[in-house]
Design a protein around this ligand. Structure first.
Ligand code: NAP
Ligand code: ZN
Length: 333
């Protein structure tokens, strides 16, 4: 079977039409006809070579996939055929280590990424392990569900871990991840502050559910925000001076990084000494993915999307690079 896709042939170059051959379906595989694929900043990091280039090109990015299962292998659940499904960053794991059996497949040492070392979702089809395919609840449209599969789970997981309805949650960076974090936290009953370098996003951040808006580039505003939030989810894709954000976290609070700057993050003991925690978090396990999709369906968490035909993938990537998106591009068939 030949699959038509869009690939980066080398780092930081426009993607080009690309074809590859997929072999016979493996026992647990599902063959999925893709209808939508979100454009995550991780796709941009990958295509730009920010996280390394060795053996990764040609690369077909795309890991916020929705589509319909058209066939499954002998050992896969036959009821999946015809279902509307989604796939996020992860397409496989060992399924037997302590992390996998405790529902933390995202932490497995043998985790397999959807579009690193494999061809991803900027394509008409994808074939991958059916056990990492998630059925999309009827209440969610395929376009709006796509960003939940990476951006959504990545912020939902640390909110489940660190926040409850009495928490004051800060979200730093109101982009693909951040606009969903604001919605999840607000709908979990938290008080929410959006920290953004884009003052023009204030009204929309409030529409998404933020109670407060702080311009992260305004030193006075950041001073006023000191000791304000219990949990701060940092989504920025680049390294900045994190000290004002560490100071925005209350004593015993946590600053959780989900954004992935390529260089080391620096904080001072003086700023974290009051029993503050610095944490990281990557995507989420399969159980959390189901919880997140159900929560979104039940509480009307909707990704704000700008759909465009898959042919326009390079426009989406260059506008994402310029922070010119409200709040997720979704490529459609
Ligand atoms: P995005 O849509 O581009 O949003 C990032 C937001 O961060 C921007 O909208 C902007 O918000 C802010 N920002 C952008 N450039 C900045 C800079 N130079 N300094 C400070 N703030 C900046 O990106 P995304 O798709 O949400 O992804 C964000 C990061 O999360 C990326 O690094 C991505 O690789 C990573 N990620 C991690 C995981 C994980 O499992 N941990 C999963 C998915 C993505 P304002 O305009 O509000 O300032
Ligand atoms: Zn992603």
């Amino acid at each position: 079977m030949t699959i038509n896709a869009y690939a980066a042939l080398e780092p930081a170059k426009p993607l080009e039409a690309f074809q590859y051959d997929e072999g016979a379906l493996g026992a647990f595989d599902a063959d999925i006809a893709i209808t939508h694929c979100g454009v995550c900043h991780s796709d941009l990091h990958l295509a730009d070579g920010d996280w390394g280039v060795d053996g990764r090109f040609p690369m077909v990015p795309g890991h916020e996939i929705t589509g319909t299962v058209t066939a499954v292998g002998d050992a896969a659940d036959p009821d999946l055929v015809g279902k509307r499904v989604g796939i996020g960053w992860q397409r496989g794991s060992c399924l037997s280590c302590e992390w996998c059996v405790s529902g933390n497949e995202n932490l497995c040492d043998s985790s397999v990424a959807t579009c690193v070392g494999n061809y991803g979702g900027f394509a008409e089809r994808v074939v991958l392990d059916s056990r990492f395919v998630h059925v999309i609840p009827d209440a969610l449209s395929s376009e709006n569900a796509a960003p939940l599969l990476c951006a959504g789970i990545t912020v939902f997981s640390p909110l489940l871990r660190y926040a409850d309805s009495m928490s004051h949650v800060g979200v730093m960076g109101i982009g693909g991840l951040g606009h969903l974090a604001v919605q999840f936290a607000a709908k979990m009953g938290c008080e929410v502050t959006a920290f953004s370098g884009s003052p023009a996003k204030e009204d929309e951040a409030k529409e998404l559910g933020a109670h407060h808006f702080v311009n992260g580039r305004d030193d006075d505003a950041m001073k006023k925000a000191r000791n304000s939030v219990d949990v701060l989810i940092a989504t920025a894709p680049a390294n900045i001076d994190w000290r004002p954000y560490v100071r925005a976290v209350r004593k015993m609070g946590v600053l959780c990084f989900v954004g992935i700057p390529s260089d080391p993050i620096s904080v001072t003991m003086r700023d974290i000494g009051a029993n503050k925690a610095i944490a990281g978090s990557v995507i989420g396990g399969r159980h959390e993915m189901r919880q997140m999709l159900d929560f979104s369906a039940q509480h009307d968490v909707v990704a704000w999307t700008e759909a465009m035909p898959m042919d326009n993938v390079n426009t989406a990537l260059s506008r994402l690079r310029e922070n010119d998106v409200r709040y997720r591009f979704v490529l459609e068939k």
